[in-house]
Design a protein around this ligand. Structure first.
Ligand SMILES: Cc1cc2nc3c(=O)[nH]c(=O)nc-3n(C[C@H](O)[C@H](O)[C@H](O)COP(=O)(O)OP(=O)(O)OC[C@H]3O[C@@H](n4cnc5c(N)ncnc54)[C@H](O)[C@@H]3O)c2cc1C
Length: 420
């Protein structure tokens, strides 16, 4: 975050959360993080989660900045025992001209803390134990009372709150109150994600050795893939790892569904170095999913008594690896604002002042990264270290991202994504 969340240094001088009743719509990453923020600031928190199922089975790898991870552990949002798979380097590969072997063309310092989505959610859920968490309780609508409080309606009835956090994801119902008619802007391409157990890759020693110390980007004409290790779902230590990957490509035109996993395997076979194409081909071991890439950004992250968090507030293209990061920073910001401000409304105004521009910045950054890495890919075959560093600097255009820690961003430019 560019600036410390309001109140984090002064801690607890405000009164905003004293006796505060806070409702949270959505109980995923953003919802649980918001609940922790509310509890820590002294509010009485109720979470409504539509899904009755186990959320820890959702999602795959989530990368966050090491500094944010440390801050969340120190602040009690995440237990220190939550497994992570940190690496400090990014390696750029492409297929060597005229063959199927890999050519490494750049290496950059890029410290990241990859997490398992399920373990991250579980850790936040545990930290939010002090909240009432209603599973299988969809919110049917939200509204304002004449006294300026928020109403949350479910099939069981309605409750009023001083503050309601909309953490209900990219199709947020809460967002409709703040930004009616806002629609996602499609990027025109998609991302295929998958995970594989390392046991399925025993004959891929080269890639595995590389991935133990680095995360890998593979450039090909028309897109790229990223590969990294995450903790396994059991969290059983450094040897319990999954390989996570995401391949970005423009789906073929007519007559084919973009979620055809055959397409992405064929694409990897045509363009990736052989060993990496084989990893993508190991589909029988993985639940591969396809998301059309899109983005959106609410023009205001809060309008008392409502605030938006995580994907409800804005969806960035995944190249920024910042959706969950943003949700976690949203929570830290809310906690600080509740501690610092004299009233809930003031706290939400502080929140909006910080989080609205950050959401807009990330959407813009995601578009630039998408243009550079999918829509108008460079000729990877001629790229070298100097060319990659210069191309990254030009793509960032003065903004910053924790994924590009040391490519020479101009000092003071932009707010640092996720440096926490
Ligand atoms: C390919 C890809 C890679 C990514 N990689 C990264 C990464 O490396 N790092 C990173 O930071 N981010 C990453 N992200 C983004 C990240 O996954 C999301 O931004 C984040 O998980 C959003 O969390 P959320 O809690 O806001 O939304 P969601 O996880 O969508 O949760 C919303 C919740 O609200 C509930 N809900 C919805 N409507 C209602 C209702 N009416 N009543 C009650 N409950 C409701 C839903 O059931 C759901 O549980 C990636 C995304 C993609 C697609």
């Amino acid at each position: 975050m560019g600036t410390a969340p309001p109140g984090t240094t002064t801690g607890g001088i405000g009164m905003a959360a004293t006796g505060l009743r806070m409702g949270v719509v959505g109980g995923s990453i953003a919802g649980c993080a918001m609940a922790v923020a509310g509890i820590r600031a002294g509010a009485d928190v109720t979470v409504y989660e539509r899904s009755a199922g186990a959320l820890q089975d959702r999602g795959l790898g989530i990368v966050i900045p090491p500094a944010l991870h440390e801050r969340l552990v120190a602040a009690g949002y995440l237990g220190a025992a939550m497994p992570t798979a940190p690496v400090a380097t990014r390696v750029w590969l492409t297929r060597a001209p005229g063959g199927r072997s890999a050519r490494e063309f750049a290496r950059q310092p890029s410290p990241v803390t990859p997490c398992n989505w399920g373990l991250l959610w579980q850790a936040l859920r545990t930290a939010a134990t002090g909240a009432r968490y209603h599973r299988g309780r969809p919110v049917t609508s939200v509204g304002r009372t004449t006294a300026g409080r928020a109403v949350v309606r479910t099939a069981e009835g309605e409750e009023t709150y001083d503050v309601v956090a909309g953490a209900d994801g990219h199709r947020s119902l809460t967002r409709r109150v703040l930004a009616p008619g806002l629609r996602p802007a499609p990027a025109g391409y998609a991302v295929w994600r998958g995970t594989l157990p390392l046991s399925a890759l025993a004959d891929h020693r080269g890639p595995l050795e590389l991935l133990r110390g680095a995360w890998v980007t593979i450039g090909y004409p028309g897109g790229h893939g990223i590969f990294y290790l995450i903790p396994g779902g059991n969290g059983a230590g450094p040897d319990d790892r999954l390989l996570a990957y995401a391949v970005y490509a423009t789906p073929p035109g007519t007559g084919r569904s973009p979620d055809e996993t055959g397409y992405v395997r064929q694409l990897a076979d045509e363009h990736f170095p052989a060993e990496w194409a084989e990893i993508v081909a190991r589909g029988e071991h993985t639940a591969m999913t396809c998301h059309p890439v899109s983005d959106l950004h609410a023009p205001l992250a809060a309008d008392p008594p409502f605030l938006l968090a995580g994907d409800a507030a804005g969806v960035t293209r995944p190249h920024t690896a910042s959706g969950a990061v943003k949700a976690l920073q949203d929570a830290l910001c809310l906690e600080g604002a509740l501690r610092a401000a004299a009233s809930p409304a003031d706290a939400l105004r502080l929140y909006a002042g910080e989080r609205t521009p950050e959401g807009a910045r990330l959407v813009e950054l995601g578009r630039r990264l998408g243009r550079a890495q999918v829509e108008r890919t460079p000729d990877w075959s001629v790229m070298d270290q100097g060319a990659v560093d210069a191309w990254c600097r030009a793509t960032l255009a003065g903004s910053s991202s924790y994924l590009y820690a040391d490519v020479g961003t101009e000092p003071g430019a932009g707010a640092g994504t996720g440096t926490g």
